[in-house]
Design a binder for this molecule. Structure first.
Ligand code: DX5
Ligand code: ZN
Length: 221
């Protein structure tokens, strides 16, 4: 079964709790938390002062995506009990293997995000050390952007690499995912799709989630 992850970047922050509850009751599997520092990406979102408030109140595991320079500095404070994945950008980390090991040493699953122009083969020598590869299907930093089609090839390539290497990382995708393109994306090899605007900016977020759920459930992964 494919997985659905709701990105709160597009949620109404005036009622963040309600938005998260809606995602949880609507069938999402994870909540995606975008930490942005205003350097690696142009804008600032939020960090551990907000995730601390979510502690024990989400009801779903957190998938934390750090879009920051020196993401190593954020890891400890984001490794709260609700966090399942901590994802850092390949482009922002100097010692990737060490950072991946460090996240695991905290009892969390790690992840590596790849910008649209980054070749997945940069990960060839760390494949067995990774729990999740996050394919960025937009340039990171903003919700509501258009899906970049070459991301589909990257998903398939990551599948091939996983089969050949015997590694077991999850293959997730983030950016420009809507119910209308979700089937093609799962078909290309995604285990989980992350959607912000596709859920929270929809006319009817509950209906959008139900659509996502129905599509995800058709895939074996
Ligand atoms: C973008 C973020 C995404 C964002 C996706 O840089 O990493 O998680 O919320 O948003 P949509 O689904 O609106 O493209
Ligand atoms: Zn994200």
């Amino acid at each position: 079964m494919g997985k659905i992850c709701a990105s709160i970047l597009s949620a109404d922050f005036m009622k963040l709790g309600e938005e998260i509850d809606l995602a949880a009751s609507g069938g999402a599997d994870y909540i995606h938390v975008d930490v942005m520092d205003g350097h690696f990406v142009p804008r600032i979102s939020f960090g551990s002062f907000v995730t601390d408030k979510l502690k024990g109140r989400v009801g779903l595991p957190l998938d934390v995506h750090i879009m920051a320079e020196e993401p190593e500095r954020q890891i400890d404070s984001l490794a709260i009990e609700d966090t399942e994945f901590i994802v850092v950008h390949y482009e922002a980390v100097r010692h990737l293997h060490r950072t991946l090991e460090y996240i695991r040493s905290l009892g969390k699953k790690n992840g590596v995000a790849l910008n649209p122009a980054t070749d997945p083969h940069v990960l060839d020598y760390v494949l067995e050390d990774i729990d999740q590869v996050l394919v960025m299907s937009v340039n990171p930093g903003f919700g509501g952007q258009k899906f970049i089609p070459s991301s589909l090839r990257k998903l398939s390539e990551l599948r091939r690499m996983r089969e050949q290497s015997g590694a077991s990382y999850a293959i997730n995708i983030d950016g420009g995912v809507y119910p209308h393109n979700a089937a093609e994306i799962f078909g290309a090899g995604a285990d989980m799709v992350i959607s912000g605007a596709g859920i929270f900016a929809a006319d009817d977020p509950k209906a959008a989630l139900a659509e996502f759920r129905a599509i995800a459930d058709k895939f074996p992964q």
